[in-house]
Write a protein that binds this ligand. Structure first.
Ligand SMILES: *[C@@H]1O[C@H](CO)[C@@H](O)[C@H](O)[C@H]1NC(C)=O
Ligand SMILES: *[C@@H]1O[C@H](CO)[C@@H](O)[C@H](O)[C@H]1NC(C)=O
Ligand SMILES: *[C@@H]1O[C@H](CO)[C@@H](O)[C@H](O)[C@H]1NC(C)=O
Length: 429
C-alpha cells in the first residue's frame, strides 16, 4: 500500500513537436508546460571521466541548468517521474515520426555503429587451445582507445583471475556459451590487502571491473567466492562485478556473491535474462539500469536486501540514476527487503515482477534516512505478483503503487535510452 504522488505535468502537442526535433539532433532542451521550467539535455561527456569513445557518451542531465544541475531542483521524486514521463512521451513521438517516414525506429549512436562494423574476435581458452589462456592477457592485446568492437570468445572453463576492463578500451564483449558459461572468479573482500598493504575497499574487491563504455557480456558467470556467503559467516563486502562504464549490456549472465555482489556503479546498464545472487545490498550503486527477465535470488538464511540504490540530492546529475526491475523474479532464503535507501533520494521500481513469500510485508527500509516520506526516496511497485507483492501487504507508507502513467517510463528499454545503444549479443563463432 502506498500513496500515489502528484500526476506529472502533461505536455501539449506543439511542445512535443519542438522537443522531438531537438531530441532527434541529440541535444534536447525540455520545457515542461508548468511554470517550473526543467531542462533535460544529453551532454557530450561526463565531467571528470576521460572520454573513451569519441565523446559519444550520453548523459541525461535534468535540472535547472545552473551548472551542476542537481542541487535544489532535482530533489523531489515528482520531478524525477515527471522528467521520465516527458522523456518517454517525447521518444514516443519521435518513433512515430520515424515509422511514418520509413527511416527505421532504431538509430544506434555513431561511435557504436562504426565500432560494430569490422569487429575482431580473440579466442580465450583456459586449456590453451585459444590465442589466450586468460582474459587479462587478451585484454592487454586490445589496442588502447580502440574504435572497433573486440569480442573475447571465452570458451567454457574456470578463469581464476581478477579482471579490469580499463576505461581506455571500450567496445569489449565477453562472449560465453549460455549453456556452458565461462566462470570468472576471485575472492577478494573489502578487507583484502592490496599491493600497497592497504585494504582494497569495496570498489577494489570486484572480481571483474568494467570501467569502459559499450561493454557487453553474454553467457558469463561473474563470481566472488570469498567465504562470507556461508550461513553464520561474518559479513564482508565482496563484489563480483562492478560496472562503471556507460552503455553496458549483459545477457544470460550470472552475477554471484554474497554481500555487495553487483556494484551497478554508474552509467546506463541493461541486464537481460540474468541471475543475480547475493545477501546484503547485493545490487547497489548509482547506475541507471534496467533489469529485465532476471532472477534475483537471496542466498542468506538471515536478512537480504536486494538493492541499495545510491542517490543523494547533492550529487550532480543524480536525476539520471535509478534501478528498474521489469518482469523479474525475486526469491530465495531468509527474509528479503526490496531495497534500502543509500542516500536521501534512492530510486527503485519493480514492475510485473513475481515476488516470493520471503519478501517482508513492509517491503522497504529507509536505512539512515530519518523521514523517507519527506526526502526524495522513490520506491515503487507496479503490477507485481506473488505472495510477497504489495497487493498482499501493508508496505511502508512512503512507498508507492504506481499508476499506469507513472510506470510507463520504467517498463521498457527506453528507461535506459536503449534504442541508441542496446544491441543483441553476437552469434557464437
Ligand atoms: C525523414 O526522412 C528524411 C529523408 O530520409 C530525413 O531527412 C528526415 O530527417 C526524416 N525525419 C525523421 C523525423 O526521421
Ligand atoms: C539465453 O540463452 C538461451 C539458451 O542458450 C538462448 O535461447 C537465448 O536466446 C539467450 N538469450 C539471449 C538474450 O541471448
Ligand atoms: C583466495 O584464493 C586464493 C587462491 O585460490 C587462496 O590462496 C586464498 O587463501 C583465498 N583467500 C580466502 C580469504 O579465501
Amino acid at each position: 500500500m502506498g500513496q500515489n504522488c502528484r500526476p506529472p505535468p502533461v505536455l501539449d502537442r506543439a511542445a512535443i513537436a519542438v522537443l522531438a526535433t531537438l531530441l532527434a539532433s541529440s541535444f534536447v532542451s525540455v520545457s515542461s508546460s508548468s511554470s517550473n521550467v526543467q531542462q533535460a539535455r544529453f551532454a557530450a561527456n561526463t565531467a571528470g571521466k576521460a572520454t573513451s569513445a569519441g565523446g559519444q557518451q550520453a548523459t541525461l542531465v535534468i535540472g535547472n541548468n545552473n551548472g551542476g544541475g542537481a542541487a535544489g531542483t532535482t530533489g523531489s521524486f515528482e520531478e524525477f517521474v515527471a522528467a521520465n514521463v516527458e522523456s518517454y512521451n517525447v521518444n514516443k513521438q519521435i518513433y512515430a515520426a520515424k515509422l511514418k517516414n520509413g527511416t527505421g525506429v532504431k538509430s544506434v549512436d555513431a561511435a557504436l555503429s562504426a565500432a560494430e562494423a569490422g569487429a575482431a574476435r580473440y579466442v580465450v581458452s583456459a586449456d590453451g587451445k585459444g590465442r589466450f589462456r586468460t582474459i587479462t592477457e587478451a585484454l592487454k592485446a586490445v589496442p588502447e582507445k580502440n574504435k572497433k568492437r573486440v569480442i573475447l570468445d571465452i570458451r567454457p572453463g574456470t578463469y581464476r583471475e581478477k579482471v579490469v576492463v580499463p576505461y581506455t578500451k571500450p567496445f569489449i564483449t565477453f562472449l560465453g556459451d549460455p549453456k556452458s558459461p565461462a566462470v570468472i572468479m576471485w575472492n577478494d573482500t573489502a578487507a583484502t590487502r592490496g599491493k600497497d598493504g592497504a585494504p582494497v575497499g569495496t570498489v577494489g574487491s570486484a572480481t571483474v571491473a568494467v570501467e569502459s563504455d559499450y561493454f557487453m557480456a553474454s553467457g558469463i558467470v561473474f563470481r566472488n567466492h570469498a567465504p562470507m556467503a556461508a550461513p553464520g559467516a561474518k559479513g564482508g563486502q565482496a563484489v563480483a562485478l562492478r560496472v562503471w562504464g556507460t552503455k553496458a549490456a549483459f545477457y544470460n549472465c550470472t552475477i554471484d556473491g554474497g554481500q555487495d555482489t553487483l556494484y551497478d556503479h554508474q552509467g546506463l546498464h541493461y541486464f537481460k535474462s540474468c541471475v543475480i545472487r547475493g545477501s546484503v545490498d547485493f545490487i547497489f550503486g548509482f547506475g541507471r539500469s534496467l533489469y529485465e527477465d532476471c532472477a534475483v535470488v537471496s542466498v542468506t538464511a538471515q536478512t537480504a536486501v536486494l538493492t541499495a540504490q545510491q542517490r543523494t540530492r547533492s550529487i550532480a546529475g543524480a536525476a539520471e540514476s535509478g534501478f528498474s526491475f521489469l518482469r523479474c523474479a525475486v526469491s530465495g532464503a531468509g527474509q528479503i527487503y526490496l531495497g534500502r535507501a543509500w542516500g536521501d533520494s534512492s530510486r527503485v521500481v519493480y514492475s510485473y515482477t513475481a515476488m516470493g513469500k520471503e519478501v517482508v510485508p513492509v517491503g522497504w527500509d529507509g536505512w539512515n534516512v530519518a523521514r523517507p516520506e519527506r526526502s526524495g526516496v522513490y520506491y515503487g511497485e507496479y503490477r507485481c505478483t506473488g505472495a510477497g507483492a504489495a497487493a498482499q501487504h501493508r508496505r511502508v507508507a512512503w512507498s508507492l503503487v504506481l499508476t499506469d502513467a507513472q510506470a510507463r517510463p520504467f517498463t521498457g528499454t527506453h528507461f535506459v535510452y536503449g534504442d541508441s545503444w542496446i544491441l543483441p549479443p553476437p552469434k557464437p563463432a
